[in-house]
Write a protein that binds this ligand. Structure first.
Ligand code: ADP
Length: 445
């Protein structure tokens, strides 16, 4: 039985996990870098351990310090959150070897699905549609040229070990392939320590639609609806919503079945996301994320399922408490707006002290944040300040609520993406629901 959970993360997700633990009567341990000693997750947890003087990402990546912190505080489980060590199979393995419970999938599942080229192969073998492309990484420029000629330009090169949009290159014609191949490999090598890249057909105007999946140790795997994450900048998500304005119940069922089939093929346990690209009423597997995602609240709002509590229960060997036929559970509409400490026009990071901080409230408004007035946003970590999650009875009510919530969301002292979100909500294309992942390229605030 899990009784004390160490959260190997920071920011809003660390807080989110602590809240779930509190509701379940579990004790919590926060770990933090010196730069984060005044962070809210440290204040909310029952115990806290400083795991590194380095005011950088390094502290949260220090496996030995995290395990030591668990031992000295008597924690019996570790939740990795997202980012940092969440998709590191080695970490999951060590946690298990130290007699602790890893709150997430098995190291084998993380390893198998974490490599994007390999995950593509798994999807193909499970009968899930994939985009035309290479079988695994391409071995040379010539190899890449041959695949690209066969599938036709444009193509996209992707790092097998990729994530965060790094190591990705779109190539429109053969003349550009060699340079793109070299730069993608270099970028992948620098970012992930592995240079391997693979090729996929590049879709010109797809939507990004992902399915939330969940498996337990009793053989049950469910799909909890989709999230449409087509509002992106540089391939990074800005706004997510559920249900997708583009899906019919029939397509939702097909995508859900495909996602569950893939999870079953790899014996997937705990929370995961199967990402698809969707164009012309067809969907194609893109990748799997073997963790809780930033945008999980969108699903929580339309299904009423607390995904983090389910993660804790499932890690403890208990069955999922999601009712049967979860497809039919979807209620109303939800959207998440990522409020980042960034200039809303140039997207340059804007760390610093928050001088004024007022959160919106009222019906259908949820804010997941670890920020507060006088909090100093350190420059070392990602720039997410808050997630504004809005729920309404339908898409139009959700949009109206989001507008008024953003109008009363006050963050002073730093620049944020609030004005950008507010402008997007007045864009007729966004309001129509008819847009693709290229939406932001066309958008002018
Ligand atoms: P990462 O893991 O680095 O975030 P993904 O594989 O999840 O990369 O892709 C991120 C985004 O890049 C997608 O949401 C989509 O907008 C774009 N993208 C990826 N593959 C393709 C493709 N084959 N065609 C068109 N767009 C793509």
């Amino acid at each position: 039985m899990i009784s004390k959970v160490l959260i190997a993360n920071r920011g809003e997700i660390a807080l989110r996990v602590i809240l779930a633990c509190k509701e379940m009567g579990l004790k919590t341990v926060a770990v933090h870098s010196l730069a984060d000693r005044d962070a809210l997750h440290v204040r909310y947890a029952d115990d806290d351990v400083c795991i590194g003087p380095a005011p950088s990402k390094q502290s949260y990546l220090s496996i030995s310090s995290i395990i030591a912190a668990a031992e000295i505080t008597g924690a019996d489980a570790i939740h990795p959150g997202y980012g940092f060590l969440a998709e590191n199979p080695h970490f999951a393995e060590i946690v298990g070897e130290c007699g602790l419970t890893f709150i997430g999938p098995s190291p084998e599942a993380i390893r198998l699905m974490g490599n994007k080229a390999q995950a593509r192969e798994q999807a193909k073998n499970a009968g899930v549609p994939i985009l035309p492309g290479s079988d695994g990484p391409v071995q040379s420029v010539e190899d890449a040229q041959e695949v690209a000629r066969t599938i036709g330009y444009p193509v996209i090169l992707k790092a097998s070990a990729g994530g965060g949009g790094r190591g990705m290159r779109i190539v429109g014609a053969e003349a550009d392939l060699e340079t793109a191949y070299m730069t993608a490999r270099n970028e992948a090598e620098r970012a992930f320590g592995v240079a391997d890249v693979y090729i996929e057909k590049y879709l010109e105007r797809p939507r990004h639609i992902e399915i939330q999946v969940f498996g337990d140790t009793h053989g049950r795997i469910v799909a909890l609806g989709e999230r449409d994450c087509s509002v992106q900048r540089r391939h990074q998500k800005l706004i997510e919503e559920s249900p997708s304005p583009a899906l019919t119940p029939e397509l939702r069922r097909e995508m859900s079945e495909a996602a569950v089939k893939l999870c079953r093929a790899v014996n997937y346990v705990n929370a995961g996301t199967i990402e698809f690209l969707f164009q012309d009423n067809r969907f194609y597997f893109m990748e799997m994320n073997t963790r809780i995602q930033v945008e999980h609240p969108v699903t929580e709002e339309v299904t009423g399922v607390d995904l983090v509590k389910e993660q804790l229960r499932v890690a403890d060997g208990k069955p999922l408490t999601v009712p049967e036929k979860s497809d039919f559970l979807l209620r109303g509409h939800a959207m998440e707006f990522r409020v980042n400490a960034e200039d809303p026009v140039t997207f340059a990071p804007s760390p610093g002290k928050i001088r004024e901080f007022h959160l919106p409230g009222g019906p259908g408004v949820r804010v997941d944040t670890a920020a507060y007035r006088d909090y100093v946003i350190p420059p070392h970590y990602d720039s997410l300040v808050a997630k504004l999650v809005i729920r309404g009875k339908d898409r139009m009510e959700t949009i109206a609520r989001a507008r008024r919530a953003l109008d009363s969301f006050v963050v002073e002292g730093i620049k944020t993406t609030i004005p950008l979100h507010r402008a997007i909500l007045d864009d007729p294309r966004f309001v129509s629901g008819d847009f693709s992942t290229r939406f932001m390229e066309q958008f002018r605030s």
